[in-house]
Design a protein around this ligand. Structure first.
Ligand SMILES: Nc1ncnc2c1ncn2[C@@H]1O[C@H](COP(=O)(O)OP(=O)(O)OP(=O)(O)O)[C@@H](O)[C@H]1O
Ligand SMILES: [Mg+2]
Length: 215
């Protein structure tokens, strides 16, 4: 579902990604492990079109993405759950979830709302549909961010350190949501420093060090 081939990326004179290649199947969870500064977030940002890359290819659902401009066409195939959630603070939970489907994908509002309600059931937040982000706990915000990404039914979903701000109970909830998404055929890419979480959730682990895949 996702193929990254010989991805290279520099910031100025510093090469931060060196010939990164890996694949994730549909229904597979892949974890990226590595020291701070190894290049993990940069890989996710390249895959999500938030960062230009120097050369290489990203192939999603058989569509080849060769540069950042290209990615707009495939925007709905790839979802990203940011480390700090990036929810819209002035919008309710429901509006956060339906904004992109309605405004970007032009899905009729009623349809988008119905889908949002279904997803909120999955992430166990039906009762927070009208709440604003400031009224939610960290774990709840995280689940809204997952719901928002899922509302676009991406083929590939990326998480940057999804458990770093969560307590044990919230981590278990996020794990079970990720397992549900995997069983529905999503390809999932997760950055984490939490080895325990990586071991319970992953089908494969990629170790990255100074922009190179070491294992
Ligand atoms: N916008 C930028 N401009 C210049 N250098 C950058 C930029 N973004 C990242 N870098 C550099 O690229 C390297 C990789 O950064 P990246 O954020 O991908 O690391 P990471 O593996 O996600 O680390 P962490 O575990 O701390 O989040 C680092 O040396 C960082 O300083
Ligand atoms: Mg990072």
């Amino acid at each position: 579902m996702l193929k990254v081939r010989r991805l290279n990326k520099s910031f100025g004179d510093t090469k931060v990604l060196k010939d990164i290649s890996f694949e994730i199947e549909s229904g597979e969870v892949c974890v990226l492990l590595g020291k701070s500064g190894a290049g993990k977030t940069t890989i996710l940002r390249c895959i999500n079109g938030l960062e230009e890359f120097d050369n290489g290819e990203i192939i999603v659902d058989n569509c080849i993405i060769k540069d950042k401009n290209h990615i707009a066409k495939y925007r709905d195939k790839i979802g990203m759950v940011f480390q700090n959630f990036n929810l819209f603070p002035h919008m309710s939970v429901l509006e956060n979830i339906v904004a992109a489907p309605v405004n970007v994908l032009k899905i009729p509002r009623e349809e988008a709302i119905k889908k949002a309600k279904d997803i909120l059931k999955i992430v166990d937040l039906e009762d927070k549909i009208d709440a604003y982000p400031f009224e939610l706990s960290g774990g709840q915000k995280q689940r809204v961010a997952i719901a928002r990404a899922c509302a676009l039914t991406p083929k590939v979903l990326c998480f940057d350190e999804p458990t770093s701000a969560l307590d044990v109970e919230s981590i278990e909830k996020v794990s079970s949501i990720i397992k549900d998404l995997r069983s529905n055929g999503m390809a999932i890419l997760i950055i984490t420093h939490d080895i325990g979480f990586a071991n319970t959730i992953s089908d494969k682990i990629i170790n990255i060090n100074e922009g190179i895949i070491t294992e």
